[in-house]
Design a protein around this ligand. Structure first.
Ligand code: AMP
Ligand code: GLY
Length: 420
């Protein structure tokens, strides 16, 4: 079959790496892709939000299956559009994608279905939000309702910080329309974990667990990023944890989908906080996580295309899903300055010397045979091992062979960081 993958990050590189092993796949296209993806797929110069352009391409190139990586096209309704033209596409429809596209909608879903989550209130009126800003004490969490490229969540330590964030979101429109509505939420403390699940509307199957590292510096210091690395399985993962997640979270989610007539088909990413009062849901994403995917998919034994087709056909309950015992670690190498401003266009050296890892490209671009940086998160160096420790040693050995001007990365990916 001909497959089109939409997206250009490390997540999409990992998806393409995995599906390129499928005997069912003849040719892979990727829009817009990156320099690493180019070795496995034909790059197509169409942006992920250009739904009409992608549709035209899929029709003209006889695409048998389209796989959507990022949230933006899903929230824009690419799945509904492709389906209305009789094209097969993997991902949730527009109605279901609201579970990532609107924080208030998600909070309402969680509350109505008694799924444990932080207390919250939503506001569209600045004055009302201001009046109630103290309601949950401090720190307090403020969230722009809509998509804000991962930047729409502010943890305010005091009233002053909360007011600044509120003004930026609602008055100055820092996130545009995404901040027209906001959520004020109780601050939870605990250890975060992510569970990614395959969902076909009726059945929900968790993948092996993974953990990402959001803060830019070692020991979880500094500002939030899109993710500086990941490892799998999470140190929290044991039978008790899995049972609690299944009982308290997953069963209620699938029941909630059915009650709300949400025909969710695709990947559900559940962000959790393990608090001393039990596990609570922080957020949903309606797609694979980045960089979680880079440590999860290399552990998947089963053909990912088979799983995706079983989801589209609502036969996930009949699909066997097998995982390797090997553990994985992925270290993200970033541009100087990231997550704030950074320069692009630096030559990347050492990629040909990598022996024991797979380098998933994120922000890279090729020109005249050389690879250049083209984003904040540039590469994800992923290695496998019998233990997480073995995997991290291999990954860091290969990271040390890579260089570009002002590159930086965390030195503690794969280590357990507990909150201070
Ligand atoms: P979200 O996009 O909702 O996952 O938020 C991004 C990050 O903000 C999460 O990964 C958490 O680290 C943090 N966060 C979100 N909601 C809360 C909360 N209620 N309490 C504490 N931290 C939170
Ligand atoms: N790693 C978090 C995310 O993909 O949103």
């Amino acid at each position: 079959m001909n497959v089109l993958v939409i997206g250009s990050g490390g997540r999409e590189h990992a998806i393409i790496y995995k599906i390129s092993q499928s005997p069912k796949v003849k040719k892979i296209y990727c829009a817009p892709g990156n320099a690493g993806i180019k070795d496995l797929a034909q790059i197509v110069d169409i942006k992920d939000y250009d739904i009409e352009g992608l549709l035209k391409f899929a029709k003209e190139n006889k695409i048998d299956l389209t796989i959507v990586g990022p949230e933006v096209p899903l929230v824009l309704g690419i799945v509904d559009k492709f389906q209305s033209h009789g094209l097969k596409i993997f991902g949730p429809n527009k109605k279901c994608a609201r579970l990532e596209g609107s924080k208030a909608y998600t909070k309402d879903f969680l509350m109505r279905h008694s799924i444990p989550t932080a207390q919250y209130e939503e506001y569209t009126d600045f004055e009302k939000a201001k009046e109630n800003i103290d309601k949950f004490g401090y720190p307090v969490v403020l969230k722009a309702d809509g998509l804000a490229a991962g930047k729409g969540v502010v943890i305010a330590q005091n009233k002053e910080e909360a007011m600044t964030a509120l003004e930026e979101m609602m008055k100055e429109k820092k996130f545009g329309q995404a901040g027209a509505k906001i959520v004020i939420e109780e601050y939870l403390t605990g250890i975060e974990a992510s569970i990614l699940c395959f969902v076909d509307g009726k059945t929900i199957v968790p993948m092996v667990s993974a953990q990402d590292y959001k803060k830019v510096y070692d020991k979880d210091q500094g500002p939030n990023t899109g993710g500086m690395g990941s490892y799998s399985p999470s140190f929290l993962d044991n039978e008790g944890f899995q049972e609690e997640v299944q009982k308290m979270i997953l069963s209620s989610i699938i029941e909630g989908f059915q009650k709300d007539q949400l025909d969710f088909k695709g990947i559900l990413f559940i962000g959790l906080m393990i608090t001393n009062k039990g596990i609570k849901v922080l957020e949903f994403n309606v797609r694979f996580g980045d960089p979680e995917t880079q440590v999860i998919l290399p552990r998947l034994k089963t053909d990912l295309i088979d799983i995706m087709e079983s989801i589209i056909d609502e036969k996930l309950d009949q699909q066997s899903i097998l995982w390797r015992e090997e553990k994985t670690v992925c270290v993200v190498v970033a541009s100087g300055g990231y997550p704030e401003d950074y320069e692009k266009g630096k030559v990347i050296y050492g990629l040909d010397d990598i022996k024991d890892s797979i380098v998933f490209h994120a922000g890279t671009k090729e020109k005249d045979g050389e690879v250049f940086t083209n984003g904040g998160r540039v590469l994800g160096v992923m290695a496998c091992g019998k233990t997480v420790e073995e995997a991290r040693e291999k990954a860091y050995k290969d990271v040390s062979k890579i260089s570009f001007e002002e590159m930086h990365y965390r030195k503690d990916i794969g280590k357990v960081i507990t909150p201070a």
